[in-house]
Ligand binder design. Sequence first.
Ligand code: UGA
Length: 433
Amino acid sequence: MKITVIGTGYVGLVSGVCYAELGNEVVCVDKDAHKIKVLENGGIPIYEPGLQQLVDRNVQQERLYFTTDLKRGIKDSEIVIIAVGTPPLPNGEADLRYIEFAAREIAALIENYTVIAIKSTVPVGTNNRIKQVMKEVTEVEFDIVSVPEFLREGSAVNDTFNPDRIIIGGESQNAIDRIVELHKPLNAPFVITELRSAEMIKYASNAFLATKISFINEIANICERLGADIREVSRGMGLDKRIGKDFLNAGIGYGGSCFPKDTKALIQLAGNADYDFKLLKSVVEVNQMQRMGVIRKLKYALGELKGKTIAIWGLAFKPGTDDVRESPAFEITNYLLKSGCMLRLYDPVAMGNFRSYVDHANIFWAENEWDAVASSDAVCLLTEWDIFKQIDLKVFAKQMEEPILIDGRNVFNVKQIKDAGVTYYPVGSSPIN
Ligand code: UGA
């Protein structure tokens, strides 16, 4: 099949490359000339494990192209996939400017019947609205299909090739059949629905996962106070198939470009329909509060924060990505800077991105994990990268006058900590010292 993908962010680029790998001819289009230049020069504009090799192979085999010229992309395409961003407006609602703009442009360029598949996360009712917008511009026949995406950053390639399900929302059987055919090689169950239900499945899934995280974070906070251990509690709960073990890791709260944005958008969407989504509002509030657990523990361990040097391990919102959007590290570092701390920051991949948002005379950008530790009064682990998990804690203990580790992701076990003699503050269980 000939396919055009509009938007080369995480969703658009990874999906486009994977469709090419399945044997389709794919043109990826983006307005951002810089991104396209990077791709044309053989690079990739994001950090995503496994993606570079796929891009190389598919470009070489002439199945994958990049351009800023939508007209060139759309020519002869059977399916046009929209995967542009829907960032939050100040009130939390999704900003549909980019998707509407893309839809108008597509409408002005299509010459034959085309299936328009929307992968961007959009509020319920948007696919219908896009249909109207396009109808105002063109008389050429087209169908709109909602194909929400469930890939995770950091494991995006694997998730795209091994999805749990493919959701297809649509009104035209012909268009649905085309999308089914495109995804058949993935061997995943199909859920065929109305447009509105497909749109809701995406929001409800992200909101549910965010709820699971805030729930376990609150249980962790209670465990800390009652002397239980959240890791054992999560394991014990997760073995119940009805609960499931995934997304039960307590920590410093969820971040990223999706959960924070989609939870707020769903609250707004419900509100616009006169429904007060109380549970989800609490999920968002708990998530915000959770980040401050690190600060509370630092104050407990160090007393006055002013004048202290704090090392931060990990700035990305999770491991496996250079994405720092809505990373808990922002609130934590800002709070510490305001409190008069000196910071030594290190992340194996996300330093550049983080630095483009935050810079301060009191920040030292460390060369590596050990450079960050040098001369610091305490270390806070905020992202569970493997290099931090593999740290030799005995060596760590020797680097510091009084080794204090605030672990926001529970990566070390009690034995390791006790053997090394580190003062340790995990999430959801008692401190060790
Ligand atoms: C999320 C969803 O998992 C994807 O299915 C969805 O496609 C994507 O959003 C999207 O809407 O585009 P992503 O944001 O890449 O994917 O990352 P996740 O792996 O879901 O992690 C989100 C956050 O939750 C991270 O900050 C992570 O540290 C946190 N988390 C996750 C926890 O705190 N505890 C857990 O047990 C799991």
